[in-house]
Design a protein. Structure first.
Length: 242
């Protein structure tokens, strides 16, 4: 006697997306590709146009290609600016250049408001452009604004000077806590080393996490070793690299 087979459960077929849904998905996918590229090109073009507008009028007509071509040459002002800056850097390396620079800085520092602004901008530029600096080479987690709530920050340096002398005798780290979505503004905090969690992700991945407000999650070190891409914004599983 044959036993009756149990009926097979019917597989539910997902309804095919409509034309409007497919068009919306394609548009959003294209926007993710086009928007960063367009913004990058726009920013570069804006900088080039700004520098050209300020530098080209200072160039004598006989040295300006527009005099002979009849049209402005985009980027000519940028080239002049780069050459001028390189020449100034070369001259200031010599004894005479350093003496003139020191005399000019002493003159500026004696001015009431201008001196403070100049020194502040100079320190920021030296910190950012210094090739031997250790600034912002690590990302970390700190409890902010209260215990139990964690925020991503950048490790700056070990705390020194009067701040270290005034605070309790323990190892303190100077960290920069950026804001979302603009990481160029934030807070300088002095955090005990034992209360800070150093992350394996690099500064670029941490900046992406902050700018995207957590929508772009960098892969872990193990996932990178396995060739896993950054998880997408919809929370879907991260895909492996080809």
């Amino acid at each position: 006697m044959k036993m009756a087979r149990a009926p097979r459960p019917r597989r539910r077929t997902r309804p095919r997306p409509s034309f409007a849904q497919r068009w919306r998905g394609n548009f959003l996918t294209g926007l993710v590709v086009v928007a960063p590229m367009a913004l990058t090109i726009w920013l570069i073009w804006t900088v080039i146009t700004f520098i050209d507008a300020k530098v080209v009028p200072l160039v004598p007509g006989m040295y300006n290609p527009a005099t002979y071509l009849g049209n402005d040459v985009p980027g000519f002002g940028v080239i002049i600016f780069l050459l001028f800056t390189a020449v100034i850097g070369y001259l200031t390396k010599g004894l005479v250049g350093r003496s003139v620079l020191r005399w000019g800085e002493n003159l500026v520092e004696r001015m009431p408001v201008v001196g403070g602004i100049y020194n502040g901008i100079k320190q920021i530029a030296e910190t950012i452009l210094s090739q031997s600096g250790n600034s912002f080479k690590q990302a970390c987690l700190i409890e902010y604004p209260r215990k139990g709530i964690w925020a991503v920050a950048f490790v700056s340096t070990e705390t020194k000077g009067e701040v270290m002398e005034r605070l309790p005798d323990e190892a303190l780290i100077s960290v920069f806590l950026p804001t979302t979505p603009n990481p160029t503004s934030g807070f300088l905090l002095f955090v005990p080393r034992k209360e800070m969690v150093v992350l394996d992700m690099d500064v670029e991945d941490a900046a992406k996490l902050i700018i995207s407000a957590g929508l772009v999650t960098p892969p872990t070190a193990a996932e990178k070793a396995a060739g896993v891409r950054v998880a997408n914004r919809r929370g879907e599983p991260a895909r492996r690299m080809a």
